[in-house]
Design a protein around this ligand. Sequence first.
Ligand SMILES: Nc1ncnc2c1ncn2[C@@H]1O[C@H](COP(=O)(O)OP(=O)(O)OP(=O)(O)O)[C@@H](O)[C@H]1O
Ligand SMILES: [Mg+2]
Length: 224
Amino acid sequence: MILFEGVSKKYPIDNVALENISFKIGNGEFVFLTGNSGAGKTTILRLLIKDILPTGGSIFLDDWEINRLPSRQLPYLRRKVSLVFQDFKLLTDRTVAENIAVTLEIAGKSDKEAWEKILNVLKIVKLENKGNYFPGQLSLGEQQRVAIGRAIVGDAKILLADEPTGNLDPKTSWEILKIISDINKMGTTVVMATHNVDIVNSLKKRVIMLKDGKIVKDEKKSRY
Ligand SMILES: Nc1ncnc2c1ncn2[C@@H]1O[C@H](COP(=O)(O)OP(=O)(O)OP(=O)(O)O)[C@@H](O)[C@H]1O
Ligand SMILES: [Mg+2]
């Protein structure tokens, strides 16, 4: 469960990104975060991985209050909540499989267990034939799938995706959405920031829409 209670975020200098935001997202939900550029979507996602701290209010993840979590607990939070960045952030000198493995090395899994997980994730993101490729040898859509694979390999309970279809053509965007939907169907909570009107309107999921740092809509089975 994700709970935002009266959360505000002001960046220096006096740049208000979020103003008194409250919402609750249950386990296994699929939620789109929409709104114009600068509305505050990425700020919400960064708050959820404690990449930044709120300037007001509280953020809970189950019974953890994220903004009070001691820094030694941060690795546990990042294992539970995984953010796929818009620009992928793949390691260019590592193969697809090695990029996905990065998460597991941090978690200290034994090699055999790690390898089984990686193979399973490569299947989920439909890259089972490209495990030995380097990111430079992949299309943008494939690179996005590697980033998603890396995010889920550690069994994250919550997958956050920031504009995962932002740089992709419509067909590739739908392939990515199918993979994210499948991951949600396996039980992972998904929060996806997007400008993609077609995708939001077709999926009829919950939509939280932001405008100038405030929630202007929060509806189930909604549209853009
Ligand atoms: N590091 C930062 N320093 C100062 N202001 C910032 C910073 N990051 C974001 N902001 C401001 O906070 C507001 C919200 O930004 P945010 O990145 O959350 O928007 P967004 O909804 O993700 O937009 P986009 O659709 O363009 O990605 C904007 O006004 C932005 O200028
Ligand atoms: Mg953004």
